[in-house]
Design a binder for this molecule. Structure first.
Ligand SMILES: Nc1ncnc2c1ncn2[C@@H]1O[C@H](COP(=O)(O)OP(=O)(O)OP(=O)(O)O)[C@@H](O)[C@H]1O
Ligand SMILES: [Mg+2]
Length: 314
């Protein structure tokens, strides 16, 4: 069941097109990722979903659920952690949380939220590290007991340890049944957290799929890369290319022998070593299509229908 349905969303600022045409739906209980290059329109999209910006065109439907109905307020259904967030330096964690809690009819237990986020209630905002500030902003997003949490670049600027702690926090939020809409630039984050992900490029959705589905779309290919002591003979190259597992074999020229890249599918290594003894290969490594490759393929400026970026025809 879709909890959020975005249909042909468009948002312009004067002549600038922030979001050209975005449609996707988010199922209840999933972690739905939004990825795309800087300026692709991710923040604008989630701000429209949160009701913080008014779409120029298109619709956003939020399923308010059984206890929703007429009295339900969008603000109570959706908790937002914004990409740019700051609080007064002197405000303490506990003060910020209790203040935010007072805005809601059914606030969550904010002390429990702070404990879950590993925050000291007496610490003032100015003394918090980047990771602590991010976890505070997540706690503030959850203080109204929302059914949907929107998290925009939650882990940007955090060290690897703080990032992992924040991922665990997101997993616990999901486990409590909150639907999460997550904007991120980290493919590892997508792989670890997201059930599905929308790839946005220049204000349009290029793909919506599971992380594994996106990798498969990008070819799901394997590559064997190695050097040889002596250059390969023409017969060896022809023999490699004739293998059913091999889709391409390229040899980069070099001073000694060049670097050989063989791309293909199936049991590529066994097939190749049947033609070319492993003893001839130096520095053999195996590469696979990654989510990074898939992301780059889908957001390449030369990919997809060309249109002038960010400029409205007048
Ligand atoms: N208030 C605004 N007024 C004018 N242009 C805006 C405004 N907000 C966003 N834009 C423009 O809309 C485009 C999309 O911005 P948006 O912030 O949604 O991108 P983003 O995908 O979140 O990027 P990033 O990864 O850098 O956070 C950008 O070209 C941006 O400059
Ligand atoms: Mg953004």
């Amino acid at each position: 069941m879709a909890i959020i349905t975005v249909d042909h969303l468009r948002k312009t600022y004067g002549a600038r097109v922030a979001v050209e045409d975005v449609s996707f739906s988010v199922e209840e209980g999933e972690v739905f990722g939004i990825v795309g290059r800087n300026g692709a329109g991710k923040t604008t999209t989630v701000e429209c979903v949160a009701g913080l910006r008014t779409p120029t065109a298109g619709t956003i439907d939020l399923d308010v659920g059984p206890d929703g109905g007429a009295g339900a307020d969008l603000k109570e259904q959706v908790g937002v952690q914004l990409q740019e967030c700051s609080l007064p330096d002197k405000i303490r964690v506990g003060e910020a949380l209790s203040l935010y809690a007072s805005f809601y009819r059914r606030p969550a237990d904010w002390r429990a939220l702070a404990a879950d986020a590993g925050l000291d209630l007496r610490a003032s905002f100015a003394t918090l590290s980047g990771g602590q500030r991010q976890r505070l902003s997540v706690a503030l997003a959850l203080v109204g007991s929302p059914r949907v949490a929107i998290l925009d670049e939650l882990t940007t600027g955090l060290d690897p340890q703080a990032r992992r702690e924040t991922w665990e926090l997101v997993t616990r939020i999901r486990d409590r049944g909150v639907t999460v809409l997550l904007v991120t630039h980290f493919m590892e984050e997508v792989e670890r957290l997201c059930d599905r992900v929308a790839v946005i490029s220049r204000g349009r959705v290029r793909a919506v799929d599971t992380p594994a589905g996106l990798v498969a779309r990008a070819g799901g290919e394997q590559r064997l890369v190695f050097r040889t002591e002596r250059p390969l003979t023409a017969e060896q190259v022809t023999g490699l290319r004739a293998l059913p597992e091999v889709t391409s074999a390229t040899v980069e020229g070099g001073d000694d022998a060049g670097e050989v890249t063989i791309a293909g599918t199936g049991d590529l290594l066994s097939a190749v070593t049947a033609v070319l003894p492993a003893s001839l290969m130096r520095g053999l490594r195996m590469e696979r299509t990654t989510l990074d490759d898939a992301f780059l393929a889908l957001t390449d400026p030369s990919y997809g229908p060309s249109h002038a970026p960010s400029q409205e025809e007048s």
